[in-house]
Write a new protein. Structure first.
Length: 96
């Protein structure tokens, strides 16, 4: 069953964020990760949401997602990510 990593993002340094975004896709490929959406918040329709950007990445399953997240290639990018943006990264499994 597909699994999704959803990142809620507030960019602090756009140059560093662009560098991170450019390096991220090569870390996804070995685990079957595919970026489905990168977008900016247009409006909060209900409730509150503190972030301005969102990314949705699909993986074949939870194990692939977790292995990507824990991989040396992705972990090497985490310091750059953290200096570029505030990111809440959440793992989801599809119900159907």
């Amino acid at each position: 069953m597909s699994a999704y990593a959803i990142g809620q993002i507030t960019i602090k340094d756009s140059a560093k964020w662009a560098e991170y975004r450019g390096l991220l896709p090569e870390t996804l490929a070995p685990w079957g990760g595919e970026i489905l959406l990168r977008g900016k918040q247009a409006a909060v329709l209900s409730g509150q949401h503190r972030h301005t950007d969102t990314v949705v990445i699909r993986f074949p399953d939870l194990e692939s997602l977790q292995r990507w997240h824990d991989s040396p290639a992705y972990q090497a990018l985490v310091p750059l990510r953290d200096s570029a943006a505030d990111v809440d990264l959440i793992r989801y499994e599809a119900d159907s």
